[in-house]
Ligand binder design. Structure first.
Ligand code: KG4
Ligand code: ZN
Length: 409
């Protein structure tokens, strides 16, 4: 069985063709199931949205409409002699896949509609069913996928706790049983990725902010380690030898002790009893911090060390908060497996610290780098697993609609 999956919830257009290789029925479950990625094509709009410092919905819609037919052609060419068949008008008669999975929410409604309308046209043309997919369920299942090879959905120990962290969402989701969801905590304002993006903008850095801020923070961590050892490679001319241990130039060894110690940001919601998050206060604290630092030096962002120090403290605040809440929920619900997914889950510091904090009794799963952000492989997996879970019952095509505020249930 082949599944064509479509993702257009935000600024990435993506189409995948997955083949189900093996279905093992255990009781009512179909685990493990193995898949193969036959074709996968994506088009990121980051360059276009960079100019606006974020995603511009109508522009995203226009790009999806342009990209979808091109990506479809690319994936079909991988599994059929598409061009030849098109010429012979065969493609309309012969169905190249058996099921379509399409994201119907949450996300930007104009973007979601482009994928849904496209899916409906194909489903009618090929007379095949559509399984609408919740984008967040796709993220939860993303650690099981592979971007290029075959993969197996393993038997996962429950209860599962999923931390979804992206540009639009920060949620803690409890699954007492496989593929059953209850949101137990979420952000009251900005999402974690959104905070990264906004702080980057305050520091005159381009969109998306996450990768750039985390790179600056990693550089600061490296220097901090070096300065603690009394060795600093800071400020030397390119290619110069590192300063010897015990170098007494205070300017050069001062990184962690003077600058970073001046910079303190709050760990939001750590004292609240629930599992909710809030990142807008942290963002405002960064704004005030930058304002105060600029009073001393209006050109602070010309100084790489200052950018690194702010990035380090900001990232530590975000990661500590995410881990604190996840750990509390883990203890309360006696969690056996933790899944961290979404764009922010590619953050190296979060990955290291989360694994350390959760201990050996809990399995902690992250997606591979290519599957942390939005992709259609995860939509194909979720679509097929739902198709099986619902005993191959799919909604009527005309009833499928975009739901911008869709929630996991
Ligand atoms: O899941 P995603 O690709 O799109 C949605 O928002 O749905 O996530 C994008 C978000 C952006 O806010 C981006 O800044 C953030 O993920 N991000 C990161 C990192 N890479 C991407 N945040 C922190 N550290 C990273 N390494
Ligand atoms: Zn997403």
């Amino acid at each position: 069985m082949k599944i064509l999956s479509i993702e257009t919830s935000c600024d990435d257009t993506a189409i995948t063709i997955l083949e189900v290789k093996k279905n093992t029925y255990i009781g009512k479950k179909t685990i493990p199931t193995s898949f193969e990625v036959l074709a996968n094509s994506t088009n990121s709009q980051i360059k276009i949205h960079r100019e606006f410092g974020g995603v511009f919905p109508m522009m995203a819609k226009r790009e999806h409409i342009k990209n979808l037919p091109l990506l479809l052609e690319q994936v079909l060419e991988k599994i059929t002699n598409y061009k030849l068949e098109i010429r012979r008008k065969k493609i309309n008669k012969k169905k190249p896949v058996d099921l379509i999975a399409v994201t119907y929410g949450p996300g930007l409604e104009p973007s979601l509609w482009t994928g849904i309308v496209f899916a409906k046209e194909l489903a009618k043309k090929w007379s095949i069913p559509i399984m609408p997919v919740n984008h967040m369920e796709g993220h939860i299942l993303s650690p099981f996928g592979k971007s290029k090879e075959k993969f197996i959905i393993p038997n996962i120990k429950t209860p599962i706790l999923s931390l979804l962290v992206s540009g639009g969402h920060t949620e803690l989701i409890l699954s007492k049983k496989w593929m059953q969801y209850k949101i137990i905590g979420e952000t009251l304002d900005d999402a974690a990725g959104e905070a990264y993006d906004k702080v980057a903008r305050m520091m005159d850095l381009p969109y998306p902010g996450g990768p750039i801020i985390s790179k600056l923070a990693e550089e600061a961590r490296k220097k901090e380690k070096q300065s603690l050892r009394g060795v600093s490679q800071d400020d030397g001319p390119r290619g110069s030898a590192p300063l010897a241990s015990g170098d007494s130039d205070p300017e050069k060894i001062s990184f962690s002790f003077s600058l970073a110690s001046k910079i303190k940001l709050p760990r939001p919601m750590i004292y609240s009893k629930n599992f909710d998050f809030s990142f807008s206060g942290l963002k405002t604290a960064v704004l005030y911090l930058i304002r105060d630092l600029k009073k001393e030096n209006p050109n602070i962002f010309k100084d790489e060390k200052i950018k690194q120090a702010i990035a380090l403290e900001f990232e530590n605040a975000v990661v500590e908060t995410l881990i604190y809440k996840t750990k509390k929920a883990k203890e309360k619900y006696k969690i056996k497996t933790i899944i961290v997914a979404g764009g922010v889950s590619s953050n190296k510091h979060l990955q290291r610290e989360m694994k350390k904090a959760m201990g050996k009794d809990t399995e902690v799963l992250f997606p591979e780098k290519e599957l942390t952000g939005d992709n259609s492989i995860m939509i194909g997996i979720a679509g097929y697993l739902q198709f099986i879970k619902k005993n191959k019952k799919v909604p009527k095509i005309s009833s499928i609609k975009a739901k911008g505020n869709l929630r996991l249930r």
